[in-house]
Ligand binder design. Structure first.
Ligand SMILES: Nc1nc(=O)c2c([nH]1)NC[C@@H]1CN(c3ccc(C(=O)N[C@@H](CCC(=O)O)C(=O)O)cc3)C=[N+]21
Length: 298
C-alpha cells in the first residue's frame, strides 16, 4: 500500500478543538445551541445522534435533543421547527434524515429558518452555494473539502470526479469543487464507461452508497480518493456472522494506486460531525453579527 492515509478522526479532533477555542473566546456573546430532531427510532441513527450530542457539549455548546415518535404528524413536526426557529437559545437545527415516509422531507427542511439550517439543505442555502454567495453548506462535503484543501493546498485546475448525485453529498460537493476552480465531472449510475471517467481524475469523491464499488483499476496513479460511503456489511467468518463497515471504495486496491485516501471508518464520518459543530458556530456568529472563525473558513 502506497497511499498516504488521510486521518479524518485526528483532523476532526483538530477542527473540534478550534471550534471549542472560538466558542470560549466568544462566551461573552452567549452559548451556541444546537437542536437535533429525531423522528422514529432507527437504531443506526441513534448512534449518530448520541455521539453528536456528546461532541456538541465537549466544544462548549448546548445540545438539545427532540425525539418524536415515528407516527408524529407533519403539523406537529412543523410546529416544533417553528418553535425552534423562534427560540433565541437555538442557533442550529438539524432534522435527522431520512424521515418516515408519511412526512414530506422537502417541506420539513424548507420550514427551517435558513440562518439556522446547519445541514445546508434549505433551498435558499442551496441557491446561495450555487451562486457562490455566503451560505450554510452541507456538513459531509464541507468535511471532504477541508481534508482536500489540507492535503493539496490549492485545488485550482485539478480534475475532480464526484461519483453520486445526491442533494446531500454529490451535488453540493460538485458546487464546492467548482468554486475551488476544479474541473468537475459528476458521475452516477447511468454514466457510461465510469471506470474511464474516474481514471481521469486527480480527485475522486465517492458517494454512491454501494459497498466497495470503486476499485484500484479505476484510479489514476497518485490521485486523492475521498470515500464518503459508510456501508454495514455482513461477513461470514468461520461459520459465525460479523458486521463490518466498508466504504464505496475497495480500500486495499485503491490504496495501492492512490496518492492519498480516506479510511472507513475514521475518514469522512468524524469530519461530518466536526463540520456540523463548525456550522453551528458559523450560524451563531452570523446571528450575533460576529465574524466567522477565519482559520476554518473554506
Ligand atoms: N440531517 C442529517 N444530517 C446528517 O449529517 C445525517 C443525517 N441527517 N442522517 C444520517 C447521516 C449519517 N451521518 C453520519 C455522520 C457521522 C458518522 C461517523 O462518524 N461514522 C464513523 C463510524 C461510526 C460507526 O462505527 O458506526 C466513521 O465513519 O468513522 C456516520 C454517519 C450523518 N447523517
Amino acid at each position: 500500500m502506497n497511499a498516504k492515509v488521510i486521518d479524518g478522526k485526528a483532523f476532526a479532533a483538530t477542527v473540534r478543538a478550534r471550534v471549542a477555542e472560538h466558542v470560549a473566546a466568544n462566551a461573552a456573546h452567549g452559548q451556541p445551541g444546537l437542536a437535533v430532531v429525531l423522528v422514529g427510532d432507527d437504531p443506526a441513527s441513534d448512534v449518530y445522534v448520541r455521539s453528536k450530542g456528546r461532541m456538541t457539549r465537549e466544544v462548549g455548546m448546548a445540545s438539545v435533543k427532540h425525539r418524536l415518535s415515528a407516527e408524529t404528524s407533519e403539523a406537529d413536526l412543523l410546529k416544533l421547527i417553528d418553535d425552534l426557529n423562534n427560540d433565541d437559545s437555538i442557533h442550529g437545527i438539524l432534522v435527522q434524515l431520512p424521515l418516515p415516509g408519511h412526512l414530506n422531507e422537502d417541506l420539513v427542511i424548507n420550514s427551517i429558518d435558513p440562518a439556522k439550517d446547519v445541514d445546508g439543505f434549505h433551498t435558499s442555502n442551496v441557491g446561495l452555494l450555487g451562486t457562490g454567495q455566503k451560505s450554510m453548506v452541507p456538513c459531509t462535503p464541507l468535511g471532504c473539502l477541508l481534508m482536500l484543501k489540507d492535503h493539496h493546498g490549492s485545488l485550482s485546475g485539478l480534475n475532480a470526479v464526484v461519483i453520486g448525485r445526491s442533494n446531500i453529498v454529490g451535488k453540493p460537493m460538485a458546487q464546492m469543487l467548482l468554486k475551488e476552480s476544479c474541473t468537475v465531472t459528476v458521475a452516477h449510475s447511468r454514466t457510461r464507461n465510469i471506470a474511464e471517467v474516474v481514471k481521469r481524475a486527480e480527485i475522486v469523491v465517492a458517494a454512491v452508497g454501494r459497498p466497495e464499488m470503486v476499485t484500484g483499476d479505476w484510479i489514476k496513479p497518485g490521485a486523492t480518493v475521498i470515500d464518503v460511503g459508510i456501508n454495514r456489511i455482513n461477513e461470514t467468518v468461520k461459520g459465525g456472522g460479523k458486521t463490518s463497515l466498508v466504504g464505496d471504495c475497495h480500500y486495499d486496491s485503491c490504496a495501492e494506486v492512490a496518492g492519498a485516501i480516506t479510511p472507513v471508518p475514521g475518514g469522512v464520518g468524524p469530519m461530518t460531525i466536526a463540520c456540523l459543530l463548525l456550522n453551528t458556530l458559523n450560524a451563531f456568529c452570523d446571528q450575533k453579527g460576529l465574524p466567522r472563525p477565519s482559520k476554518l473558513a473554506v
